[in-house]
Structure formats: structure tokens, C-alpha cells
Design a protein around this ligand. Structure first.
Ligand code: ATP
Ligand code: MG
Length: 286
């Protein structure tokens, strides 16, 4: 089942600017089993707008969407339980401030689970476990989310969605603003959840190193259109990324530079720093 976009377009309407079409003619299928998908594209290309459709936070202006069998169109349908959709597809917002509103971290993370007829004690237990999963210890439980650092807020907002145990997770730039170690902790957590539970995870990111290292499917948005859906390897080998304002992973950039300036014959398609270094070692030793 999962999520299917059928010819979806979305227009923002604002008083000052009138209609602005943020995504156009999107056809896309995301199954609920075992996918690990990166969603990339330049600023303003429509990634967050696309993500907000995935749990029916906004409705398509044109076309329709199927989310776990429910058909979402421009018009609200009284028969559809939108809250159920939002439980099945958990969306972590790009800006955690929009997601955090309780006076303690614990209450914030408990909020979702408490809606699903469980006891306060159970919800507390889930809150603590989810918080620990994202790399924060129990001392954060009684803190006010408002006073946390940007990276801590981000982690708490992720914990809040993990606590709801959705079937599909959509994370809008979950690693932006985090330090390198924090990024790795979270990426390994997402990969782990994906591997152990088979849940599909969609991650929006600008970090092409992460895309190359972790993902086997990448979606590329450009000016509101989905222009690529497939293997990252193929994307980096065959497409002119700069044309779409995208960067190459650092490994490819550095190895390419070495080939050009030192006239070497390195295989530039290395996913990790370690792999790039051993490729350099191999060629130097030859
Ligand atoms: N509430 C809104 N009203 C009017 N226009 C909007 C609104 N939200 C977004 N837009 C416009 O829609 C386009 C797509 O925005 P969106 O937030 O989906 O981009 P994005 O790819 O997530 O960008 P970023 O990488 O900066 O997060 C942008 O041009 C943006 O200015
Ligand atoms: Mg965005």
C-alpha cells in the first residue's frame, strides 16, 4: 500500500502574491516496506511541500494521493480519519519549533502516544525510551523544550514522532544543524529502525555525502517537479547535478580533483572517506 501520488500539484495562496505553484504533476510511489529514501533538491524546489502531502497535512490542489488506501483530494472527506493517517505516516517538521509546544520535553513526547488509549505510565516509559534513542539522556525529560539548543530541539521533535511508532517515517532535514557525531548517531538510528522493523523512511537532506553513503533510492526535486527517482550511484554518474543546483558528494569531488590535477586514474565513485583513502593508497602504491 504505502503512499502514491497521482498527478499531484499544489498551489500556495497568499494575499500578497496570489497563487504560487510549489509542486507540479508529481507521480510517485512509496511502499510501506523497507524503503530508505532520500529526497533532495535546491532550496525552494518543493521538498517540504511534497513531504507535507505524505501525511495529509496539506491536500493536493490538483490530482490525488493514496495513503494506505485512503484517497486524498483537494476536498476534505468526512469519512476519512485524517488522524489515523497521521499516526501511520509520522512527519518530523523541518523547523522543530512548529512541533514542540508542551512545557516539558516529557509531556511533549508523551502527547502523541497519549492519543492512542494507553496509560500515563506507559506513555512515560515510551517518552523516556524515545528520548534515549535520539541520543539524549533522562535529564532532558523535565526541561522546557523552548530553552533547548537547535540540535536538541530537533532531536526531541524526532523522539516525539518515534514515540508514535508510525509505519512510515518522513523526516524533513533531521540532521541539519547537528554536529558530525550527532548526524552519525541519527543516521545510524534511522538505518537501524529501517533494517530491524522494515519501516519505510523518507529523509529530506541537502547533504550529498549522506545520500551516497546511506541510501539506495533518491528523489530529486527541481522547481517543483520530480526530475529523478532511482539509484544515487546512477544519479552521480550520469546526471549533470550542477545544472539542477545540486552538489556532488565530497568523496567524488576530491577524487575527481586529484585525477585532474595529478593525472591519476582513481575510481572516483567511493562512498565513504575511508573508501576514498584506500583508493588513493591503492593508486599511490601501484
Ligand atoms: N506558506 C507558503 N506560502 C507561499 N509560498 C510558499 C509557502 N510555503 C512555501 N512556499 C513556496 O513554495 C516553494 C516550495 O517551498 P518548500 O518549502 O516546499 O521548499 P523546500 O524544497 O522544502 O526548500 P528548503 O530546502 O529551503 O527547505 C518555495 O518557493 C516557497 O517560497
Ligand atoms: Mg524544506
Amino acid at each position: 500500500m504505502g503512499i502514491r501520488f497521482n498527478q499531484v500539484s499544489y498551489d500556495y495562496s497568499s494575499f500578497a502574491q496570489g497563487l504560487y505553484t510549489a509542486i507540479k504533476d508529481i507521480n510517485l510511489e512509496i511502499t510501506e516496506k523497507h524503503e530508505f529514501i532520500a529526497l533532495v533538491g535546491h532550496t525552494g524546489s518543493g521538498k517540504s511541500t511534497l513531504a507535507k502531502h505524505m501525511n495529509a497535512l496539506i491536500f493536493p490542489s490538483e490530482g490525488n494521493l493514496e495513503i494506505f488506501g485512503e484517497v486524498i483530494t483537494a476536498k476534505r472527506n468526512k469519512k476519512i480519519k485524517y488522524n489515523n493517517i497521521r499516526k501511520k505516516v509520522g512527519l518530523v517538521f523541518q523547523f522543530p519549533e512548529y512541533q514542540l509546544f508542551e512545557e516539558t520535553v516529557e509531556k511533549d513526547i508523551m502527547f502523541g502516544p497519549m492519543n492512542f488509549k494507553i496509560t500515563q505510565e506507559e506513555a512515560k516509559k515510551i517518552a523516556k525510551e524515545s528520548l534515549n534513542l535520539v541520543g539524549l539522556n533522562d535529564s532532558y525529560l523535565q526541561r522546557n523544550p523552548y530553552n533547548l539548543s537547535g540540535g536538541e530541539k530537533k532531536r526531541v521533535s524526532i523522539a516525539g514522532i518515534l514515540a508514535m511508532d508510525p509505519e512510515i517515517l518522513v523526516l524533513d532535514e533531521p540532521t541539519s544543524g547537528l554536529d558530525p557525531a550527532g548526524k552519525r548517531v541519527l543516521m545510524n538510528l534511522f538505518k537501524d529502525i529501517n533494517e530491524k522493523t522494515g519501516k519505510t523512511i523518507v529523509i529530506i537532506t541537502h547533504d550529498m555525502d549522506l545520500v551516497y553513503q546511506y541510501f539506495n533510492r533518491v528523489l530529486v526535486m527541481n522547481e517543483g517537479r520530480l526530475i529523478y527517482d532511482g539509484d544515487p550511484e546512477k544519479l552521480f554518474r550520469e546526471k549533470d547535478l550542477f545544472k539542477n543546483h545540486l552538489d556532488y558528494p565530497n568523496t567524488i569531488k576530491v577524487l575527481k580533483y586529484l585525477n585532474e590535477t595529478l593525472n591519476l586514474n582513481l575510481n572516483i565513485y567511493q562512498k565513504t572517506l575511508e573508501a576514498a583513502l584506500s583508493e588513493i593508497e591503492r593508486v599511490v602504491k601501484e
